[in-house]
Ligand binder design. Structure first.
Ligand code: PHB
Length: 374
């Protein structure tokens, strides 16, 4: 199967074309990666995954919807991740760190945001609709953020996180440019109304993503990647189709010149498309067909509801260099081995344990899913 051919990715080689995409699992000790996370990632490396991408990893202290999301801004976090990357490497796996800043979808009353001592920063003072801060009294939604005075300060935080990721032994970094977080907020004309060089034209809105990628490349060379979701939806982003094409087309044409290891194109998915005022938010279109022509040199990975049969078609036809599976990894540590053996991806996750639960053993619904019998 084409899916099981190795692939050179920057200066590493991955054993096959199957990636595990970032999945928020909320199991850190506060923000420090721990032993149960190590067990989880090692299980997924042992299951034959070509490339693991970590859950979204915070580049700086932020008040997220997931109080146990990990970070990579301090020494304890780097030490925690180092144990995980060492163990993944011993198991034969490769692992990129997904660098994450939430921008306007943090909450000022979340303990981590209070501890950070800075406001919730975003490109413009425009709130996202929605939100689900289940752990705060009254379960508040998103707030009106404070406009970032100088975006280069946040780019420097991304760069420092990339330096930390190197110290933590990762194989590379993935910039989280998807799903309505800070990079997507800069790209999106409904979230970014800046009148300086960081807003307005597609070139200006793409500046934050491109300058951040350049900063990451300074640290990592080719082992930098980016995930994008041009259809929008999640976290209240999305533009009319023509503007989507102009914006993401420009972004990809320029990103293609940076020598990145891959771009992950997230297709439209109904599960990440909320409804506001009776209308779905995303601009549905053929993301892969529309945007792959802009990438001449950079490997494309396709993400979102890919089936094993489709994965083989995408890779064998040359449409994609690889694919990411997300949700199937919750219940199947051995996605790649299952596909190789023709076994189905058929378990249904217990969604109550997706993000863990207060007072419940974090191992439950996390590291207790078994490999198939081979
Ligand atoms: C989620 O946990 O709901 C989540 C987090 C990050 C994403 C998408 C979804 O990029």
């Amino acid at each position: 199967m084409a899916l099981f051919n190795p692939l050179k990715l920057g200066n590493i080689t991955i054993a096959n074309r199957i990636g595990m995409s970032a999945l928020t699992r909320n199991r850190s000790t506060d923000t420090v990666p721990n032993e149960v996370m190590q067990k989880y990632y090692v299980q997924r490396a042992a299951g034959g995954t070509g490339l693991i991408v970590t859950e979204g990893t915070l580049i700086t202290r932020q008040g997220t919807e997931w109080p146990q999301a990990p970070g990579i801004w301090d020494k304890a976090q780097v030490a925690g991740w180092k144990k995980i990357t060492d163990a993944v490497h011993e198991t034969g796996g490769k692992i990129y760190c997904q660098l994450w800043h939430l921008g306007r979808v943090s909450h000022p009353e979340a303990p981590q945001q209070i501890a950070a001592g800075v406001p919730v920063y975003a490109p413009s003072a425009i709130p996202a609709r929605g939100g689900k801060f289940r752990f705060l009294p009254g379960r508040p939604g998103y707030v009106t953020p404070t406009e970032i005075p100088d975006p280069t300060v946040i780019i420097a935080q991304f760069k420092q996180a990339a330096i930390n990721a190197k110290a933590a032994g990762f194989d590379g970094v993935e910039l989280h440019g998807a799903n309505g977080y800070i990079v997507a907020q800069f790209l999106d004309s409904t979230a970014n109304k800046r009148t300086d060089k960081w807003g307005g034209s597609p070139e200006n809105r793409a500046r934050f993503a491109l300058e951040t990628l350049k900063a990451l490349v300074e640290v990592w060379g080719p082992n930098v990647s980016m995930k994008i979701s041009p259809a929008g939806g999640y976290n209240d982003v999305g533009m009319p189709l023509q503007e989507t094409i102009e914006t993401f087309g420009y972004l990809l044409r320029e990103a293609d010149k940076l020598g990145l290891s891959y771009i992950a194109l997230m297709r439209y998915g109904a599960a990440l498309d909320p409804e506001f005022d009776g209308k779905k938010r995303a601009t549905q279109h053929d993301v892969v067909g529309t945007f792959s022509p802009y990438l001449e040199k950079t490997h494309i990975f396709v993400n979102c509801e890919v089936t094993p049969v489709e994965a083989e078609e995408l890779v064998s036809s040359g449409t994609a260099a690889g694919v990411f599976f997300g949700f199937p990894y919750v219940t199947h540590p051995d996605v790649a081995r299952r596909i190789a053996a023709g076994k189905p991806l058929d378990n249904v996750p217990n969604v109550a344990h997706l993000y863990g639960a207060e007072g419940v053993d974090p191992a439950i619904g996390y590291v207790d899913y078994k490999e198939a019998v081979y």
